[in-house]
Design a protein around this ligand. Sequence first.
Ligand code: CA
Ligand code: ZN
Length: 292
Amino acid sequence: MAQIVKDQYIYEFSHHHEPAAVITCGDTVEIETIDCYSGTIQSESDLVTDFPDRKPNPATGPIFVEGVNKGDLLEVHIQKIELNTFGVMPTRSNRGILGEFITETQTRILPIQDEYITLQDMTFPVNKMIGVIGVAPGENAVPTTTPGDHGGNMDTKDVKEGSILYLPVFHEGALLALGDLHAAMGDGELNGSGVEVGGKVTLLVNKAENFMLHMPLVKTADEAIIIASAVEFRDAVKKAMKEAVRLIQQKTGLEFADAYRLVSAKGDLRVSQLVNPEVTVRIALPKEWVGI
Ligand code: CA
Ligand code: ZN
């Protein structure tokens, strides 16, 4: 199995990077990642403000996938997510939705053991997920802080163990990279961070045959979930919805208005995150309504 170690990372998705590894469609790969603070925070005395020049969200890779080209669809099976033994949650003023109420920069270290996280006297189960995962975008490089049609910083909690993530490919080899694991995160990522953690991810990477998407889609046990990002919330919703209608029409042959009705009748709009340079929303449809 191909292995990519954690010191091979990028801070922007771009087709100009040299691949950290080359794999072939159908290969399984194990990828080590460092946390979104590049491992600079190891104790509660390390503060995010101690590193003003540090770039956020390193993504391990990129991985060149032989056999995929521009216009293809990458199919990423998330087989396993293994976490390090502690997560990090800093707070600082003006970060997150209630950032104006935070006056002091603070770091909290959250121990993780046997799939449970501890904060002070509170213990709760992990919901492990990948915050940043994407491919080289079309033209310009996109920082790993930002989500888009190439994936990136989507902070979507369905991008988890057992899910299949589909990403449109813009360049030969796709140039897949990932990082920013969260031991837990709720919809919205409301204070601006998940339980940020390093770890190891096992993926099986393939090409989806005869299918095209304009933006990422993640498939769970029961749902096909379209992921859309835009600067304005309503624009992101509109984008996800247009793709949802298109996919239902493609699968069923229904006219626009009927597919639109079905999205309204059964599609769930969910907020992935509201704290990145573009917001990310998703629309979940019954899996059997989408032909992938
Ligand atoms: Ca993130
Ligand atoms: Zn994160």
